[in-house]
Ligand binder design. Structure first.
Ligand code: 1CP
Length: 343
């Protein structure tokens, strides 16, 4: 069984002898090959060049026994395509020029021909698919509407995303309209990646955990449902960072599965969602604690994932958030090996 077959079997509810494994942000800054590419090329140049983005996406697969590849891109391609000025400075988070603060700002977003400006992403998926030839599952992705809204309103990263969260309450109609626009863009972009050969897609709601249950229900869920309704029947994973308190609501998102962060107990999520795919949820910080810690934690996760004496189903081994810069490659190897040698 190759990586793609294993990923699809587990995702679709068949029993497999060990879970598939991939790692969020597996193609990033902890790899020397990526840093060498970035020393020569700007971030957007890598995203827009199918040869370079494929090279970067393949690097972790050559280095570690992973079952899936994720296309190289960023969640902020959507605000950028809508006309916001997105830049990545060295060593800091992204900056978003012309942030959304008024109705006139939203009216200025350029939604016509949006998918044409994002063509590079399905093109990157197609190119990566050609290189993989079905050996590994391939994931596309997009930012979840609330997380895209948070960056677009705030103008960059933030600890509390004050402006964005104030807007939900002060100008709820404007917030809802912006969330709907971002959701429609994400739905179109995810459909284009699936049509280009992605086996599944993941929505990253990195900042969704800032919201209360009431806020998530009112603002984030309707936008997520716009996406899952548009993608009905296709494989969609939803990752909500710091979202333990939101777990009871996630079933209403319409996603086929949830990517859990390390603060959500796997067994609790499984008890609540017996028929959803569950992915996660090793704390990326543990990869700095040495190989023994990584192996012990991975084995414990495998025990939680095992559904019966005859195997694993609807589960994907992963981290609880993206792999951190500076992560020792030996820890990544230990994690993957422990999963591969399970059974
Ligand atoms: O080369 C560089 O210095 C840029 C660093 C970088 C990289 C490698 C950024 C800037 N984005 C990416 C690629 C990226 N982003 C991928 C590609 C696949 C991979 O790395 O394996 C993916 C899946 C993302 C998703 C992403 N971007 C998220 C969601 C996941 C998460 O980590 O929470 C978020 C929040 C972003 C925004 C973003 N882009 C870049 C940075 C440094 C950030 C985070 C900023 C912040 O902390 O607010």
């Amino acid at each position: 069984m190759n990586g793609r077959e294993r990923f699809l079997a587990s995702f679709d509810g068949k029993s497999v002898d060990r879970p598939p494994v991939w790692l969020m942000r597996q193609a990033g800054r902890y790899l020397s090959g990526y840093r060498a590419v970035r020393a020569q090329h700007g971030f957007w140049d890598v995203c827009h060049d199918p040869e370079l983005s494929t090279k970067v996406a393949l690097e972790p697969l050559a280095r570690f026994p992973l079952d899936a590849a994720i296309v190289f891109s960023d969640i902020l391609v959507i605000p950028q395509a809508l006309g916001l000025d997105v830049t990545f400075g060295t060593g800091e988070g992204p900056k978003v020029g012309k942030p959304l603060r008024t109705r006139a700002d939203l009216d200025g977003w350029n939604t016509s021909g949006l998918i044409e400006r994002l063509k590079f992403l399905p093109n990157a998926v197609k190119h990566l698919a050609g290189a993989l030839k079905g050996s590994h599952a391939m994931l596309g992705f997009a930012g979840a509407p609330f997380t895209l809204f948070a960056y677009s309103v705030e103008g960059g990263s933030s600890d509390d995303f004050m402006h964005a969260r104030v807007m939900l309450h002060k100008e709820p109609k404007l917030a809802e309209a912006a969330l709907a626009t971002l959701a429609d863009a994400a739905a179109e972009l995810l459909a284009a990646q699936l049509d280009a050969g992605a086996d599944a897609v993941q929505l990253f709601d990195t900042w969704g955990g800032l919201l209360s249950q009431d806020e998530y229900r009112r603002f984030a869920l309707p936008a997520l449902r716009r996406i899952t309704n548009a993608l009905r029947g296709r494989r969609v994973l939803l990752f909500v960072r710091s979202g333990h308190h939101l777990l009871p609501l996630l079933g209403d998102s319409g996603a086929s599965g949830f990517s859990l962060d390390w603060r959500t107990p796997f067994a609790e999520a499984r008890a609540r969602y017996p028929n959803h795919v569950l992915q996660g949820n090793i704390d990326p910080v543990l990869l700095f604690a040495g190989d023994d810690v990584v192996r012990t934690r991975t084995r414990a996760l495998l025990d939680e994932m095992k559904t019966s004496s005859n195997g694993y189903s609807r589960c994907v081994a992963n981290l609880g958030h993206g792999i951190l810069p500076g992560t020792p490659e030996s820890s990544v190897e230990s994690l993957c090996r422990t999963v591969v040698d399970a059974r």
